[in-house]
Design a protein around this ligand. Sequence first.
Ligand code: PLP
Length: 409
Amino acid sequence: MIKINENYLKLQSSYLFSEIAKRVSAYQQEHPDKKVIKLGIGDVTRPLPEACIEAFHKAVDEMAATRTFRGYGPEQGHGFLREKIAAEDFQARGADISADEIFVSDGAKCDTGNIQEILAVDIRVAIPDPVYPVYLDTNVMAGRTGLFSSGRYDGIVYLEATRDNAFVPEPPKEKVDLIYLCFPNNPTGATVTKAQLKAWVDYARENRALILFDAAYEAFVRDDSLPRSIYEIEGAREVALEFRSFSKTAGFTGTRCAYTVVPKSCMAYTAKGEKRPLHALWNRRHTTKFNGVSYPVQRAAEAVYSKEGKAQVKALIDYYLTNAALVRKEISKLGYECIGGYNSPYIWIDGKTDSWAFFDMLLEKAGVVCTPGAGFGRCGEGYIRISAFNDLEKVEEAMQRIKQALNAD
Ligand code: PLP
């Protein structure tokens, strides 16, 4: 008899986006003339930078000629891209990372989800609340949790991000083995300082733990005092892996390119306590289960690092940051506390009521769609997330409508 992995039965149905769609569709049926503005989505809206498009086209043409055609490439990514990543994203900021520590992939979602495969099942896992759900669900699937009750999985150590800690959890008092961190954060938009990140690196070193650092929104950091990589912190090479993506940096959500950094000095342990480099394990996993990102996509990603590419990416991020600043300014003026929106594309707003009630109010009164914070974890209750990934004109109109609706109350 074929048996299923029963851990999948513990998973909660991810009803957040389907419930949003249901409520929006009901609203649209009742108000067919009203145009809904969606500020809830985490997907980008602007096209790929010119430099990426040019490189992409050129590489497609190479595939059309026998002389320049390419078949399978190295699973870890082409050298031309890995070299640029190491030099520009790390060495240029004083982080000691080399090209052969970079694993190019088709997404930070897959990488943050798959990485736990190389770790034991009986480890203690610490996961933020609220959270990007992939970290939690992939550990449930792997059998590292008990059942779900009162909004939480048994066996997980939840790192609560609340007003009390300015949405940056501190290392726990208890001992954990695996820690997920994400800065700038999705969904809260909070950023981390070097001192706060150092406390985590020190904790991991003391406890022989591993930090999985998701820096998918690193490109939005404009304050030079903030770390853009965990490897700017001394000692992180021994205890941290980092995940990056071209999705939000350069509009690659539909094109797919990302990478994971696995320093050769980062160790984990056998049951007997013997040290093993994670680099060898991840290399084995990656080369066994993945056959590389397509050549034209890697050429398009490489163009992010050209002179033109850098300027175009900066303009792209500036565009979204302008939206974020506008949302933050207008919503704050209405008397709501906002987190994020600086150095981050997300604004986390204290709705002063329950998340879905605030969601319904914005939809009913302003025709604006946000994301209820409760969908990201228990600590998200009472908050909503607004995303800056949109056209400026739409954000301006949404703010105008919200102002009118709330001032009329
Ligand atoms: N990590 C975080 C925190 C995200 O918010 C997202 C996407 O929304 C991802 C990773 C996924 O990135 P990718 O498009 O590279 O799979």
